[in-house]
Structures are given as C-alpha cells and as structure tokens.
Design a protein around this ligand. Sequence first.
Ligand SMILES: Nc1nc2c(ncn2[C@@H]2O[C@H](COP(=O)(O)OP(=O)(O)OP(=O)(O)O)[C@@H](O)[C@H]2O)c(=O)[nH]1
Ligand SMILES: [Mg+2]
Length: 388
Amino acid sequence: MASRASRGRKQAKKGVQLTLMVVGASGTGRTTFVNTLVESVLLEHRTANLLVDPSNPHSGLDANLVQQAASQANVEEPIRIKPVNVELEEDGVRIALTVVDTPGFGDGIDNEYAFQEISSYLERQYDDILAEESRIKRNPRFRDNRVHALLYFIPPTGHALREMDIELMRRLSPRVNVIPVIGKADSLTPTELRAFKKRVMEDIEYYNIPVYNFPYDAEEDDEETIADNSSLRALLPFAIVGSEEEIMVDGEPIRGRRYPWGIVEVDNPDHSDFSRLRSALLMSHLTDLKEITHDFLYENYRTEKLSRSVGGNDPDSSILPEDMANQSVRLKEEQLRREEEKLREIELKVQREIQMKRQELLAKEDSLKVLEARLAAQGNGHSRDGTL
Ligand SMILES: Nc1nc2c(ncn2[C@@H]2O[C@H](COP(=O)(O)OP(=O)(O)OP(=O)(O)O)[C@@H](O)[C@H]2O)c(=O)[nH]1
Ligand SMILES: [Mg+2]
C-alpha cells in the first residue's frame, strides 16, 4: 500500500480535478466562454465545419457549405454531451479541468428532451460513484466525473428571466451547483446590464431557486472570507464577455471585442466579470464547489436513491430500511409466540396422559380392592362351612 507521503506526492503531481458544465440557449456564447477560460480552442464552434478554413475561427463561412447545412436543417441532430479534458496551471497548482458542453436549446419545442438529457447526465455520474463505493474491491482506474458547477447562460435580453431559464435552473439546482451568468453581456449598455442583473436576482429569489451564492457563515467564517464571498455574491449573475481574438492595444495583445466605439476587454473587471468568475472557479472556490457537490448534493441524491431502491418495484420490499428492521423484530416475536404455544400444547397433552394413567391406576386399584374383598369373603365363607 502506498504511504501517505507518496500518495500526497502523487496528488500534487496529478493536481486537483474540477468539472464544469456549460448550459444555455443556442448562441449565448458557451463555446467562446470555454475557449476564453482555458486560453485555447478546446471546443469547436458548431459552425466550424462551415468555415472556409476550419482551423481558423475568424475565416469566413463557405457559402456552399452553408447552403448544404440549410437544406439539412430539418434533420434533428441527436444531443451529444461529451466531456473534454484540459490541463491548466493556476498559481503553481495543476488543475485537471473537464468541461462538459451541452447542446444549445432551441425556442422551446424540445427543451424537455434537453433538460432530461442534462439531468440524467448529472445523475449518471452520481450512480457511477454509488456503484464504485459499494464495490468490495475498488477499481484503481475509476474516474469521478461528477459535475462541480453548472454555468447557466442567460441570454442578454435585458428583460426578466424566461420560463425555460427558471424551469431549468430550478430543476437542476438540487443536483449541481448552478451559477447563473449573462452571456454576451457587452450586448447591453452598463445601465441596462445593472438593471438586468437586479431583475434576474429578483426572479431567482422569487422562485426560490437555490443557485450557488458563495455561501458563508457570518458567525463562523473569518472577515476576509465573508468580504470575498459577499462581493462575489453581489456580482451574480456574472456578466460574461468572451473572445478568442487578441487585439493589439499599445503594442500589447489584449483579449477583447472590437467595436466602432472602442474595445471591450475580457480581463478588465470594469468591462466584464469574466476574470472574477475565472478566479473563483479555478482558485478561491474550487474546493468549496467540490465539497458542496460531495457532502451535500451527492449525499442527498444517495439518500433519495437508496430509499427509492429499497422501495423499488417489488411490492414485497416496498418498505423503508427502518421498517425492514421493525419487520424483522416483528417476525422474531411471532416465531417465539408460536413456539410457546406449541410447548403449552405438549404440556397439556402430557398432563392429560398423566391424568388418564392416574385414572387407569385408580380403576385398577378399585378392581383389585373388589377382588381382595371378594377373596376375603370367600375365605371367610370357606372356613365357616368348611367347603369351597
Ligand atoms: N458580443 C459578443 N458576442 C459573443 C460573445 N461570445 C461569443 N460571441 C459570439 O456569439 C456567437 C455564438 O457564440 P458561441 O460561443 O458559438 O455560442 P454557443 O453558445 O456555443 O452556441 P451554440 O454552440 O451554437 O449553441 C459567435 O458569433 C460568437 O463570436 C461575447 O461575449 N460577446
Ligand atoms: Mg457552442
């Protein structure tokens, strides 16, 4: 068995693992955000195969390919949820990051199917852990693929949350840390953005959606943690600007989006919340997200699943574990009662037999007495008259 020190070294070499999922309507900027986060082209754009040069996201669209795709637009593409892995290094810590992109939703026709796919993906990862935990011999190559945070991309409409946003966040938040973000936030003016953020949080509160809100304990946590967490909470939903392009500003390459009126800088906190979200996910709140996933979300799922499986489809076993224990006590009591009854029956039978024997004996005694009396009478008679 590996010593604790060598395990520690292995851990440091492997680094920490984190899994993020991105969910949202089509074209809200999920792919761009992921590529901005990992600073490379980890995910391809859906339209990448329509580009004149597929390896260059900035090359133009090929008119023939676009026409071909348009003629096949009515053919439903099956939903694919495929995790991709990438190695990052943040402040000297190696992070094995897994990103799970989910297909963008349409306008509501088959959202239900997409919701189901996402929620069953999340639950499948919990089922795998559950199965692994109950094995006698652990599989050393087992991979924990639980999703630690789900970034939900709200389109920058500037209005209230849409019904599908509310529905999806509400349904998924019992299974995963949901972090709401506004995609393509530079589509709104700063004033519009402020108002929209406020409106979104009011809706989240009104519908009681338990999103991940950088929880802290005002009495237990230190001042710095409280200050950090409450300032991150105040940014919710994070305004995201993503870009895969570098723009030269004063001879320095800057990630940003160019507009006629100026440049929106991805990493500038005055322009977007991207860098603060990035450091929360990959540094300050990485452990908290993992702990909540394991100690709370997974634990709740496990309890639900176990009580459900004990209650399964078999009508004979449709009872909770505590009822099972009660039932086995009841069965034992019943068995004891029956044994006692049998003993009493035997006792009665024996008593009855003894009684009968006694009566038989008494009867024999009586007849012996009669015989004796008769013999005595005969004897007397014989001696009296000298004849038999
Ligand atoms: N203004 C602005 N446009 C963006 C931003 N991020 C992405 N875009 C653009 O929005 C379009 C869609 O971006 P994607 O990253 O492909 O969006 P997606 O959510 O992955 O889309 P699908 O995978 O097709 O559902 C592209 O043309 C991007 O260049 C952003 O922060 N601001
Ligand atoms: Mg995409």
